[in-house]
Design a binder for this molecule. Structure first.
Ligand SMILES: Cc1cc2nc3c(=O)[nH]c(=O)nc-3n(C[C@H](O)[C@H](O)[C@H](O)COP(=O)(O)OP(=O)(O)OC[C@H]3O[C@@H](n4cnc5c(N)ncnc54)[C@H](O)[C@@H]3O)c2cc1C
Length: 388
């Protein structure tokens, strides 16, 4: 990857956690940076998020762990400086089959090798968290997880970026990208065209539409993330994933007055044709799913009223890692993407911003960025239909 020569002006499309953290990272450089958000900052997938910083993975890799460590270093600094709040919760991944228990034991070992203080709990071990052990074969426990207020994090990044000279245009949709001699030359909004050398697509679930502006198709799909609000809470419940035999895991995450119950669909195979501009309802099937989960594992919450929450949309890639960097021959020179965070966009955003920032600032491609190349998948035949 080589960025276009003499980059001076960078335009970021999208003011969610990805765009805002990149704007902040680039504000430390000599680049002339503008961020365009078609609505309010953070109103997309970021607002729909549980905003848990996660250390867990069933298939931990050194690359993914480096991204999380890099992100955490920045978030931790903000927390210590009193700029953003972090609510520690810990995290559990509950197994209900012998196979998953085995996978958890493997993951525990790998996470420990990577420096994460992970434990495999026996079924009795989950009882301390208010979960009944009968239907459980074990659980992966890590205690350093917790959650942010995603609005607060985005606002902080945007404030710092603006103070350092980044232009932030809200209520401004990017409607076109102009090119000249095969390179990006200007960005179009309803206010007209503005010259730029680089466009970064950080448009979250709308990323495929922004890619369409330059005729690019990437391996991205969308998954549905329904959330109900359980009107009761139990003390000490970590952010908890529950394995389900017939579909993506369910999860519970406490908030001040209750517990959010959601579905954790992050596999490429779970991709659906979804319109990110539509307000989906969570639906009866999901309500039954949550009722069953509570009755089986957390009977203290069974029978609590389930208020309608919302349906967030995740953008996922085939290997669960984001697509970051320039698109080589797939699009014009100077068109760069930061999309497909696959359910971990809050956890990974600062690391993505740092890698991309290094690339745009210095022209150097860090090895980790190379490995996140958006063109690493050659088979994108299904991508268009699943994101149309
Ligand atoms: C239900 C749910 C729960 C989640 N929980 C977690 C979690 O616990 N931990 C975690 O790490 N991650 C979690 N995630 C994932 C995380 O929220 C996302 O990966 C992350 O917020 C994506 O941020 P983004 O900035 O890339 O996208 P977005 O936040 O969607 O931002 C993209 C922005 O681009 C704007 N935009 C789109 N098109 C244009 C255009 N043409 N011009 C200008 N602006 C445009 C949109 O308005 C939007 O604001 C969750 C996701 C969901 C859906």
């Amino acid at each position: 990857m080589t960025p276009p020569a003499d980059v001076e002006r960078v335009s970021i499309v999208g003011g969610g956690i990805t765009g805002a953290s990149l704007a902040y990272r680039l504000s430390e450089t000599a680049l002339d940076v503008s961020l365009y958000e078609r609505g309010e900052l953070g109103e997309g997938a970021t607002a729909a998020s549980m905003a848990v910083f996660s250390w867990q993975s069933l298939h931990p890799t050194a690359l993914d762990h480096r991204l999380r460590r890099r992100s955490w270093a920045e978030y931790e600094r903000f927390v210590e400086e009193g700029r953003i709040e972090f609510t520690p919760t810990g995290a559990l991944d509950v197994a209900t089959t012998p196979e998953k228990r085995e996978a958890i034991a493997d993951a525990t070992e790998k996470l420990r090798e990577l420096g994460v203080d992970a434990e495999t709990l026996d079924p009795e071990g989950v009882a301390a968290f208010g979960i009944v052990p009968n239907a459980v074969t074990g659980a992966l426990y890590t205690e350093r997880e917790g959650c942010f207020d995603p609005d607060e994090v985005v606002a902080h990044y945007a404030k710092r970026a603006a103070e350092a000279g980044v232009r932030i245009e809200t209520d401004t949709e990017v409607t076109g990208i102009e090119t000249e001699d095969g390179a990006v030359s200007a960005i179009e909004t309803p206010d007209g065209a503005t010259e730029t050398d680089v466009v970064v697509n950080a448009a979250g679930p709308w990323a495929p539409a922004v890619n369409d502006l330059v005729g690019l198709t990437l391996a991205l799909r969308r998954t549905r993330g329904p959330i109900l609000d359980v009107q009761d809470r139990i003390e000490g419940l970590p952010f908890t994933l529950f394995e389900r035999a017939d579909g993506p895991a369910g999860y519970l995450r406490s908030h001040e007055s209750g517990v959010y119950a959601g579905r954790y669909a992050t596999d490429y195979e779970s991709g659906e044709v979804l319109d990110p501009d539509r307000n989906y309802s969570t639906g009866e099937e999901f309500r039954d799913e949550v009722g069953e989960l509570l009755e089986t594992y957390v009977p203290d919450l069974a029978g609590s009223s389930l208020e309608e929450g919302w349906v967030g949309i995740r953008t996922v890639s085939p290997d669960g890692l984001p697509l970051v960097g320039d698109v080589e021959d797939g699009g014009p020179e100077g068109f760069v993407v930061a999309c497909g965070p696959s359910g971990l966009g809050i956890t990974r955003a600062p690391a993505i911003a740092d890698l991309l920032g290094t690339y745009l600032e210095t022209g150097r491609t860090p090895e980790d960025l190379r490995r996140l190349s958006p063109t690493r998948f050659t088979d994108v035949a299904d991508a268009t239909s699943d994101t149309s």
